[in-house]
Design a binder for this molecule. Sequence first.
Ligand code: NAD
Ligand code: TYD
Length: 339
Amino acid sequence: MRILVTGGAGFIGANYIYYLKKQHPEDRIICLDKLTYAGNLSTLEPVMHDGNFRFSRTDICDREGVFRLFEEERPDVVVNFAAESHVDRSIESPGIFLQTNIIGTSVLMDASRKYGVSRFHQVSTDEVYGDLPLDRPDLLFTEETPLHTSSPYSSSKAAADLLAMSYWRTYGLPVTVSRCSNNYGPYQFPEKLIPLMIINALSDKPLPVYGQGINVRDWLYVEDHCRAIDLVVRQGTPGEVYNIGGHNEMRNIDIVKMICREVGKPESLITFVTDRKGHDMRYAIDPAKIHAALGWLPETKFEDGLRKTVRWYLDNRAWWETIVSGEYREYYEKMYHNR
Ligand code: NAD
Ligand code: TYD
């Protein structure tokens, strides 16, 4: 199979490429990535020179560039990870989110229609469902939950999901959509909660918890997400949406305390800072459909996954030290100074 992985120099896309290399070494992988601040070629260094791998620095909004790559590579399958992915950045600058997440997805689907693919898979998020109240633990997001977004990020992802389903209905493009809960694991950019807290703790810096830290996220180890996507791509039904999550709801403050313990730093580093605007209270996925249809279940317990993740950041200092010493410093200053 020839698989075009967009956004493969980012966190989940890169983990997916490594998953494919391990599980399906016969597949040809074409990675298309614009290399924004979140894309990192050093992440892909170990596969860069493999015969079955090609990297192309292309923007998914660049119609000509995308069509040229399709012409050259004729992928059988497209898995679209490429996106602007950080809620806080979307609150500061929504425009690029609309451009990449909506227009970029439509360009990829237009190319997929023109050249013909057996599957276009859109990697989406549980954030398209909005949030759930803290005092109703019985409520979970199912695939039937109405889309009800809070941030420019989640709104742009919801728009892309709707567009994808419209390409299925209107043109018969064989689309699947997966909506996953919060991921964590190796290669996650340190603007996101878990790597940010690990790196700050390792550097004895304050750990900035938004609001009271009582917001709940449903965490999944990235490799479990990659396995789910691969099942949907190979065995899922076109026109269907699949929720992915592992019943692992945690409050932010409890995660940060666990990280302190794991890294061996005092909880006195924790600082409560001004809350995020429009901050979603709780996400929780009901994964019954993907379990029943494709037999998927998460395999990594949170304690084990977090331990592995902390270990990875300890063993790969060069990877993140390069990031945090670059333009990230300005980002951090802007978002957290006097917050
Ligand atoms: P990320 O920000 O780490 O990586 C995004 C990648 O996309 C980067 O390599 C970046 O260079 C690339 N990219 C950005 N704009 C591009 C463009 N215009 N053209 C080509 N490439 C571009 O994101 P991630 O956390 O790996 O998320 C991947 C996908 O999974 C996203 O679609 C996101 O919405 C979705 N998702 C993420 C999570 C999570 O917890 N991280 C959970 C559910 C769904
Ligand atoms: P994040 O990793 O940005 O993912 P998302 O907003 O997409 O769920 O944030 C996870 C949670 O952690 C969210 O409730 C916001 C909170 N948070 C903090 O408290 N402090 C931080 O510095 C960051 C980045 C996030």
